[in-house]
Write a new protein. Structure first.
Length: 562
């Protein structure tokens, strides 16, 4: 109809071509020629187009005939159905619907499998109902379409087919009990689909969809059944490793920063003044954009992030895919940073000894901390880190980040407390909301992304939520360093006073706080540590190449699954 690179649009053809079509359509005797040329004349809307559409539809029905069910027969019947509805040919339209219903019944009753490519288009057409005539309106549909749809729902072996059938059924009723039965049939089809899954990963995906549909449709019992099935799956995870060698002469100058000064306080300054662990957000976005441009597979195979063996977030939109790619590169950068800085911090303790708790409190208060209680908790967390008690370090330091963020917003005189309402107790908002508020006010975007990725984002490490809910947490020195770095930036570099003092009027000027948040380090990171960024980019590219290579190998070697 609309033309393409090889054929012109029907509307653009010259009159001699139309005359040729008319001659063939008027003299042809074979059903295929009659159908094709009369259909073309109908599309061109020549004079008497309705008559041409009727002749084409009848020829299509004749071509469909009887016999084996195949896509050609379906194509002819559906085109005849379409034409008769366009010209309001009630009698022929009903004849076409009867033939479509017979094909659907054959597929449902004794066809080889559900054959969705044939069944679904027929059910979609039948669900529209019969063509109504103003002269002789039908009292009811002579075809029991609802029964066909119900039977189709019971034989569906694939969830996506069941979802399509359920969609057709919902257009034909408003009865709550019927709609609930339709939803149960749809979810049960996903259970059947999950039972025949070729792998635990596919089973997890099908049960996840079943749980989502059950929740959306208010089927709590089926949602619990689906979730219980998800929890019982033992996922066969595979670790894909990527490595690159960095010469010692590139690493040691950075690590020497933690042991070269005369005292541990000056060495700790290197930690407080270090760059954002995930790097510049603009660089992360550029890396993510390059990945999306080169990786068409991300448009087909949407990534899913798991936590404790269960899916946490699925990239359903382009924005989600971007978040996933940002998180991938952020993870590579942050973990490299964390491992190296953890090594430097352990060397600091070996060189100067582990600072005392009081010594650390005094140090933090002289470097910007204004809340002695917060400084003492942070000092304890540092000592846990140096004693290699990573679990205690993380569990102590992580909640203090939220406390510091909340205190900063109160000092900025931001109304963040949520007053008590009906069935809703009063309280402060969650960490994600606090971070969003700080970023809206002044917080540097790169640091804001690092905080969200590390503590609060479903596409990141999400440490705060995992720790708060007792979920498995990476208890490594690298992640302990990342948390300590995050807390020190808000509690020390931009350190708020205790809330009790803030309430009595001990507030800094708002511009002073926003200046600290917009430029937390106060100057560019040390140039001698700039190689960290270059090494991180090398690792990112290597990791990405390995990931794509592994995926290509998997697609070549693994049997295709639904």
């Amino acid at each position: 109809m609309g033309g393409n690179g090889l054929l012109p649009a029907v509307r653009d053809l010259t009159e001699p071509v139309i005359q040729l079509w008319q001659a063939v359509a008027g003299n042809a005797r074979e059903p295929a020629a009659i159908a094709q040329f009369n259909d073309l004349l109908w599309c061109r809307r020549v004079p008497g187009a309705g008559r041409h559409a009727d002749r084409a539809a009848r020829a299509y029905v004749q071509l469909a005939g009887t016999g084996d069910i195949d896509m050609r027969r379906l194509e002819f019947l559906l085109r005849a159905w379409t034409l008769t509805r366009q010209i309001n040919g009630v009698e022929l339209a009903e004849q076409t619907r009867v033939l479509l219903a017979q094909v659907a019944d054959d597929v449902i009753t004794d066809g080889p499998g559900e054959r969705p490519g044939i069944l679904l288009p027929i059910l979609a057409a039948l669900a529209r109902g019969p063509l109504r005539s103003k002269k002789a309106p039908l009292a009811s549909d002579p075809i029991d379409v609802d029964d066909l749809l119900r039977r189709a729902a019971t034989v569906c072996q694939h969830g996506r087919t069941a979802t399509a059938v359920a969609r057709y059924r919902r257009t034909r009723t408003q009865d709550p009990a019927t709609l609930r039965a339709i939803a149960r049939d749809e979810v049960n089809a996903y259970f059947r689909d999950a039972d025949t899954a070729p792998s635990p990963m596919v089973r997890m995906a099908r049960l996840t969809t079943a749980a989502q549909i059950a929740r959306d449709r208010g089927l709590g019992d089926l949602e619990r059944r689906a979730v219980a099935g998800m929890q019982s799956i033992d996922m066969p995870w595979q670790t894909i490793a990527a490595s690159t060698e960095v010469p010692a002469h590139r690493i040691e100058p950075f690590l020497d920063l933690f042991t070269r000064p005369a005292d541990w306080q000056e060495a700790m300054d290197e930690f407080l003044e270090s760059r954002c662990p995930t790097g510049d957000i603009a660089v992360l976005r550029a890396l993510a954009a390059d990945t999306r441009d080169d990786n068409f597979l991300s448009l087909i195979l949407r990534p899913v992030r798991f936590a404790d063996g269960l899916p946490r977030a699925s990239a359903a939109t382009e924005a989600d895919v971007e978040k996933q790619e940002l998180a991938f590169f952020a993870e590579v950068r942050a973990e490299n940073y964390g491992r190296l800085v953890a090594t430097g911090m352990y060397r600091l303790a070996d060189r100067y000894g582990i600072p005392t708790e009081d010594g650390l409190v005094d140090y933090l208060l002289t470097r910007g901390a204004r809340d002695p209680a917060l400084a003492r908790s942070l000092a304890k967390a540092f000592r846990h880190f140096w004693h290699r008690d990573i679990e205690s370090c993380l569990h102590l330091a992580t909640p203090k980040f939220e406390a510091a963020a909340r205190a900063l917003l109160i000092e900025l005189d931001e109304g963040i407390y949520r007053a008590e309402a009906a069935n809703s107790p009063g309280g402060y908002p969650g960490l994600y909301s606090l971070l969003a508020k700080l970023e809206d006010i002044a917080l540097d975007e790169s640091w804001a992304y690092f905080f969200t990725w590390l503590l609060a984002g479903p596409w990141g490490a999400n440490l705060r939520n995992d720790i708060a809910h007792g979920l498995p947490t990476p208890l490594t020195p690298a992640y302990a360093v990342l948390v300590l770095r995050a807390v020190t930036l808000l509690a020390v570099v931009a350190g708020p006073a205790p809330i009790t003092q803030i309430r009595t009027g001990d507030r800094r000027d708002r511009d002073e706080i926003t200046a600290l948040l917009s430029n937390p380090i106060g100057r560019a990171p040390r140039e001698r540590g700039a190689w960290l960024g270059r090494a991180a980019v090398t690792a990112e590219r290597l990791a990405w190449r390995l990931r794509v290579t592994h995926l290509r190998h998997t697609l070549r070697r693994r049997p295709r699954t639904p």
